[in-house]
Design a protein around this ligand. Structure first.
Ligand SMILES: Cc1cc2nc3c(=O)[nH]c(=O)nc-3n(C[C@H](O)[C@H](O)[C@H](O)COP(=O)(O)OP(=O)(O)OC[C@H]3O[C@@H](n4cnc5c(N)ncnc54)[C@H](O)[C@@H]3O)c2cc1C
Length: 424
């Protein structure tokens, strides 16, 4: 996208019928965009979703090998998907409930660990682990049957704002008019940049290496996470059929080396790192996907709605915030944006249009606290476990043991991880 202007489209064009119109345009075809577009259409708003990757619907994943993009989904996300009437349609044989989380410090001492248990917290599970494609496929299926929702495989190149609405110019030459634009266009959000919404950004100088493994020991529905000396973090998340999904956050140089390892070299790694704890917990691991690496950074947009000059725009998902994956919460936070927006628009007073500035301000106010708190906690944890001084090392390991002994603190942590959402 290259330009933002404040011009009204010529009357001749409007009258020619060449311009498509909608109440809302959702720009972005990731999970946040797809969920938001479906929810808005279910509310009765004429919705257009635009993204280059909407050309084909995501096929239903099948076969024993799981996809590369695996996410932890919170209870809040489950609730949103149930609200969108797709949770029951998801292929649950490809989803794994997490009933325990075990987090280990980097001194290798027995007490430096935190155990969170769904049973102790009185909740059926702490999270779900599953493929992105399972969710995307189900969202695609539901969207096909939603007559208020139309999808366009295209990219937005230019936006014009005027007193009555927004005009979007597409790469194909198409033109769309809408009252409200939802920017779900990802971490590098072209809409965010074009509106001049500034961000606070920080590179973690780390990449996450992800891969799926078959393990010989049962994972017992447990998500494991090891903090290692030097700042590396390894998570092993349980998957169906004795499989685990690895997320190893490490320096970009080490990530590049890891991507070159063969099966035997990987086994050597697992038998030595964290004093061999990974092999002890999960047995022998066999690679079951092609490993991939993703650079890690933190981004927070200063505003989650368009500035006064461009008032009818809302930012959701990674367009508004990006965080380290150590807590597995990035997408869950983005889906809480969707839930809050649907709540606010669904309950709007009859005299307010969906793009009413008062409603958008309500959205921004509600999202700022949750986003700042989660970004802060994740960032602090990441930095505390990367620090090399002895004091910080003792503090973080002692902290894990201390929290482990406090039922109250564990309960608060679990509440955060569940990320509850209320639909009224
Ligand atoms: C290693 C790793 C592990 C993670 N694990 C977890 C986890 O366990 N749990 C969790 O909750 N989160 C996790 N995350 C975070 C999660 O991946 C992201 O938060 C999520 O994918 C963001 O979704 P989104 O829909 O906001 O954006 P995206 O998926 O990035 O979608 C952006 C969309 O915008 C479209 N677009 C861009 N520009 C334009 C344009 N000009 N016009 C039209 N369309 C455009 C793109 O084509 C795309 O469709 C992880 C992240 C990483 C890196």
């Amino acid at each position: 996208m290259s330009e933002v202007q404040r011009n009204h489209p010529p009357k001749s064009l409007l009258q020619s019928g060449k311009i498509r119109t909608a109440d809302v345009v959702v720009v972005g075809g990731g999970i946040a965009g797809k969920a938001c577009a479906l929810g808005l259409a279910q509310m009765g708003l004429q919705t257009l979703e635009i993204a280059p990757d909407l050309e084909q619907t995501v096929p239903a994943p099948s076969g024993p090998q799981l996809g590369q993009r695996i996410y932890a989904f919170s209870s809040g996300t489950q609730k949103l998907l149930a609200h969108l009437q797709i949770w029951d349609a998801i292929d649950h044989t490809r989803m794994q409930a997490v009933r325990d989380m075990r987090i280990y410090g980097d001194r290798g001492e027995k007490n430096d660990q935190l155990h969170l248990s769904a049973f102790e917290a009185g909740t059926p599970q702490l999270a779900w682990i599953g493929e992105s494609n399972v969710i995307e496929h189900t969202l695609d299926q539901a969207s096909r049957f939603q007559n208020k929702l139309e999808r366009i495989a295209d990219a937005v190149e230019k936006i014009e704002f005027d007193a009555d609405g927004n005009t979007l110019h597409l790469r194909s030459g198409g033109i769309v008019r809408a009252q409200l634009i939802i920017a779900a266009d990802g971490a590098n959000s072209p809409i965010r940049s074009e509106l001049g919404i500034t961000t606070s950004e920080e590179s973690y100088s780390q990449s996450a290496v992800v891969a799926n493994w078959l393990c010989t020991y049962p994972h017992l529905d447990t998500a494991f996470q090891w903090f290692l000396p030097g700042g590396d973090i390894i998570a092993m998340l349980p998957l169906p059929e004795k499989q685990v999904s690895m997320v190893w956050s490490t320096s970009p140089e080490h990530a590049a080396e890891l991507l070159k390892l063969d099966q035997t070299q990987w086994l050597d790694q697992f038998s030595t790192i964290a004093n061999g704890a990974i092999s002890k917990q999960l047995g022998e691991l066999t690679l079951n996907s092609v490993p991939a690496a993703f650079p890690l950074r933190k981004i927070r947009a200063q505003r989650f709605i368009g500035p006064e000059l461009f008032p009818r725009v809302v930012l959701i998902g990674d367009a508004a915030h990006v965080m380290h994956p150590l807590a597995g919460q990035g997408l869950n936070l983005g889906l809480r944006d969707v839930a809050v927006l649907l709540n606010i628009l669904g309950k709007r007073e009859s005299f307010r249009s969906p793009s009413d500035r008062v409603l958008l301000r309500r959205y921004e106010r509600q999202r700022q606290g949750d986003t700042s708190a989660l970004l802060w906690v994740t960032d602090r944890l990441k930095k505390l476990f990367s620090a090399s001084s002895n004091t910080e090392r003792q503090l973080r390991n002692w902290g894990l043991g201390l929290v482990n002994k406090s039922h109250f603190m564990k309960q608060r942590l679990i509440e955060r991880a569940l990320g509850e959402i209320d639909f009224e």
